[in-house]
Write a protein that binds this ligand. Structure first.
Ligand code: PLP
Length: 451
């Protein structure tokens, strides 16, 4: 016992020394400690040292990402079947460590949102760090229970009668989007010992794209305040927690403002509940994300209301952690040169068209910035199947491979076989550096969806 304590103290001293030397070995040591010792270590650090530790954690991710990006380019340069979503387990683990650090500093629970990424080949590494998943309905709840094997928290805008029994079987909590749904299914949830939450509209968001704004005018997502105050008290005994989701790829300063609105509208109803779920959209693992502010917001909230705080980020789990590698099939000419790729914005990266946004391509610049400019386009019949315009130092040739970055999230889960286009392979760079193709799709995958 004594030896144990001495060893732990040694580790904590090592962390403090490394922090004072601005050495990232502080993070290496921290990450190797057990749950309990990590918490003891954090409790023994001054506020300044904690801030420095956060900075070092970010530096480690930056370094890992730089190395991974070189690795992606190297793999693309040698033989890899394209198109392929290539996921990097080392990068996913780096994101997981940042999420766990938030848990360590706050005691909150973090659930990965399956809607953003559900490649279960990498779930074992994610499940080592997170508390479970959040699901949007039966299929995700089942995948979460069977493959992630930890907690499952389900929110659906409305549940079908034919599915509710199964959803309850796979879920630890179920979140209702209306009092009507609560009245319909609440008792069944109680009988199955599934906790119950209500999704509310926090009345404030800063999402400029309406398509992604859960608080847009006449939004169907989340009970509005007027209805909540009319119905809540008579249903109070049925409710364990409240849920809001109003962020999209945002920093903690936006969370601060959303929380202020949420508290103003619903704060007086929180005491006595078990948890409040702050939803997703927190870009926690992004380089410029203000982790210290997030930590402060969660701790203040928790202490004020005495509830457990849940977060359910999706993007943050796999941000930067995968690429889509694609080959040039042909180059056609109009007023400019246009490559026909073996990948498609429409089918393989639909958010490029929906959001819309211009994905980053490694070793490329803005049009005209480098000597040779091309429009990168997909092979489908859709005129607008255009990824974007890019420039390169060298002319592109048929067979060249291009690497589209940050393609793990909202890509594999959303892709389609429109035009009968083949789905990209899914491959994982494992922790030991080996590449494993975990899935290759074929004619059967297209055919089975048509019947
Ligand atoms: C209810 C809910 N939770 C969590 C998420 C995950 O958000 P993100 O992947 O942006 O973190 C979403 C995304 O739409 C959501 O609707």
């Amino acid at each position: 016992m004594k030896l144990h304590t001495m060893a732990n103290n040694k580790h904590i001293e090592e962390i403090i020394r490394a922090i004072s030397e601005k050495n990232t070995s502080a993070i290496t040591v921290y990450n190797l400690l057990s749950d309990a010792v990590r918490k003891t270590a954090l409790a023994s650090l001054s506020a300044n040292n904690l801030k420095s530790l956060t900075g070092l954690l970010k530096n480690v991710k930056k370094k890992t990402l730089t190395e991974a990006n070189k690795r992606f380019l190297k793999i693309a340069a040698v033989t890899i079947n394209t198109p392929v979503y290539l996921l990097d387990e080392i990068l996913i683990e780096e994101n997981m460590r940042i999420l766990r650090y938030v848990k360590d500093r706050t005691g909150c629970k973090i659930f990965h949102a399956l809607k953003s990424y559900a490649t279960f080949a990498t779930f074992p590494i994610m499940a080592k760090y997170l508390d479970g998943v959040c699901a949007s309905g039966l299929n995700e709840a089942r995948l979460g229970r069977e493959e992630f094997k930890k907690e499952v928290h389900t929110f659906g805008a409305a549940y079908r009668e034919s599915e509710i029994k199964q959803i309850l079987k796979y879920s630890d909590s179920i979140i209702f989007n209306s009092f009507h749904q609560l009245e319909k299914y609440g008792n069944m949830a109680r009988k199955n010992s599934v906790e119950i939450g209500l999704r509310v509209n926090p009345g404030y968001a800063e999402v400029s794209t309406e398509m992604y704004n859960p608080c847009a005018p006449n939004s169907r997502l989340g009970i509005i305040h007027d209805i909540f105050i009319r119905e809540f008290l008579r249903n109070r005994d049925m409710i364990d927690g409240l849920h809001f989701h109003a962020l999209c790829e945002q920093n903690s300063d936006v969370l601060k403002r959303v929380l202020a609105s949420f508290e103003k509208l619903y704060g007086r109803y929180i005491k006595g509940l078990r948890w409040v779920n702050f939803g997703g959209g927190h870009h926690i693992t992004r380089d410029d994300y203000d982790l210290e502010l997030l930590i402060k917001l969660i701790n203040t909230f928790k202490n004020k209301y005495g509830v457990q705080v849940y977060l359910e980020p999706g993007e943050a789990s796999v941000l930067d952690a995968g690429v889509l590698i694609s080959s040039v099939l042909d180059i056609v000419k109009n007023k400019m040169k246009i490559t026909i790729m073996d990948t498609s914005a429409e089918t393989h990266m639909p958010d490029v068209l929906l959001m819309p946004y211009r994905p980053n391509v490694m070793k490329s610049g803005q049009p005209g910035q480098k000597k040779y400019t091309y429009r990168l386009a997909g092979p489908s019949c859709l005129a607008g199947d255009i990824i974007g315009d890019y420039s390169f130092n060298k002319p592109l040739n048929i067979g060249d491979k291009l690497v589209f970055t940050d393609m793990a999230l909202y890509s594999i889960v959303k892709n389609t076989t429109f035009n009968g286009i083949y789905l990209p392979d899914i491959a994982v760079i494992r922790n030991d550096g080996k590449i494993e193709t975990v899935r290759r799709f074929g004619y059967g995958d297209y055919r089975n969806r048509q019947s």
